[in-house]
Design a protein around this ligand. Structure first.
Ligand code: V47
Ligand code: SF4
Length: 382
């Protein structure tokens, strides 16, 4: 698929594109950052083929055919949550405790031990914001995880969880993050970002941390040497300008810190939540959104299609629309998207299955660790 002699002549698309799109293509070819107005124009006027070919051009310039995945599993300690995000199908309020779950430290460690001898490289720990599971409880848990599996990277806690646990423990974000880092936490996942626009945020998740707090926690983490991911919840009440604004705030922070590993667009899924009346966007829109994010976020190394959320087939297609990462094996360890109506009702793939999915698209499967160090190149293995 990739071609080292690939030259992308803007004249190839001249007949299809208006002057603004033409100038965006020229910027892309010349590695010049596109503006906010350009980003909006891509959403408003770019056809799927147009944005897809530009995004694929960037993807191949950065990574060739390399397509990354990892061996991971999730721990969701609880789905009890003090917050009430309207799009969330997964959480239960404390008063609905009977419908939720609360894992003890021992149960979590038992689950970890079930992977003894299995070459996973990452555990992803996120859940609801439980009033009784605080900073020191989690620091202790991480210490025990690292005692059992010092080789595993702990990617844990969204900025929403971190904001709550730091406030409750009466420590600054920097102090709280340092305690978790000292306990063995390696990085932060990208959740909780939703959409940064203040008006929309108040509408869909008004009671949790603000956009400014989310960005501040990630900036502090980066400065402490803890990298992170970033997400954007799309396909609900936002418009294209809100998406560009969201990505622009991430692009500006990445210019300052270079601490983001990957950007993960999260498609709003509408089963069993307070926003179920909103129809889900089409697969075409998913692909267009991956492509525009690849073009706009020039300083992000990776764009991830999270297969348990988008489904494995769309994830495969996304590999031609700017995406170079499809996340990991998961081992049926997360319920967030199962409960929100994803087509993946038992998200688990073996390494073999992931490799085959990637090979079927003509790309090179590369197992990575959390920080994108290459663990194994499967392109030469049958
Ligand atoms: O913040 C919740 C989202 C996020 C719904 O960093 C929903 O590698 C769509 O951030 N429809 C948590 N989205 C998951 C997350 C994540 C997932 C995979 C990998 C990484 C990573 C991060 O899930 C929440 C929220 O944005 N979410 N409900 C829903 N109905
Ligand atoms: Fe709680 Fe997270 Fe669900 Fe919001 S998205 S209700 S913070 S679990």
């Amino acid at each position: 698929m990739s071609n080292s002699t690939l030259t992308y002549s803007p004249t190839l698309i001249e007949s299809q594109a208006d002057a603004q799109l033409q100038s965006i293509a020229e910027k892309v070819v010349n590695s010049i950052r596109i503006t906010l107005e350009d980003g909006l124009a891509l959403y408003e006027k770019g056809t799927l083929g147009f944005v897809g070919s530009l995004a694929n051009y960037i993807r191949e310039r950065k990574h060739g055919d390399n397509t990354y995945f990892n061996r991971n599993f999730h721990v969701e300690p609880t789905n009890i949550c003090v917050f009430d995000c309207k799009f969330c199908s997964y959480s239960r309020l404390l008063k609905q405790k009977d419908e939720g779950w609360e894992l003890s430290s021992d149960q979590i460690l038992e689950k970890l031990r079930s992977y003894d001898g299995v070459p996973i490289t990452e555990v992803h720990i996120v859940g609801g914001v439980h009033p009784k599971m605080g900073l020191h409880y989690f620091a202790d848990l991480i210490k025990k995880v690292k005692e059992i599996r010092p080789d595993i990277h702990v990617k844990a806690f969204t900025a929403v969880e971190l904001d709550y646990m730091c406030r409750k423990a009466k420590v600054s974000y920097a102090e709280g993050l340092q305690i978790l880092k000292d306990a063995g936490q390696g990085s932060l996942p990208g959740g909780g970002a939703e959409i940064f626009d203040e008006v929309l945020r108040a509408e869909i998740c008004g009671d949790k941390c603000t956009a400014t707090q989310w960005l501040s926690i990630h900036e502090i983490a980066h400065n402490l040497g803890m990298p992170s991911n970033a997400t954007m919840l799309y396909g609900h009440i936002e418009n294209f300008a809100h998406r560009i604004d969201h990505m622009n705030r991430l692009r500006e922070l990445q210019d300052k810190t270079s601490g983001f590993n990957t950007f993960i667009p999260l498609k709003f899924r509408n089963k069993d939540n307070q926003m179920s009346h909103i129809a889900e966007v089409s697969q075409i829109e998913d692909l267009r959104n991956y492509a525009v994010s690849r073009i706009f976020l020039d300083n992000f190394g990776h764009i991830k299609a999270y297969w348990p959320m988008i489904g494995r087939t769309t994830a495969q297609m996304a590999l031609n629309f700017g995406v170079d990462d499809i996340d990991g094996t998961i081992d049926d360890s997360t319920k967030i998207y199962t409960m929100a109506g994803s087509e993946e009702q038992k998200p688990a793939l073996t390494t073999r299955e992931l490799v085959d999915l990637i090979k079927a698209t003509g790309r090179k499967p590369i197992e990575r660790d959390t920080l994108y160090n290459v663990v194994k190149d499967y392109s030469l293995v049958d």
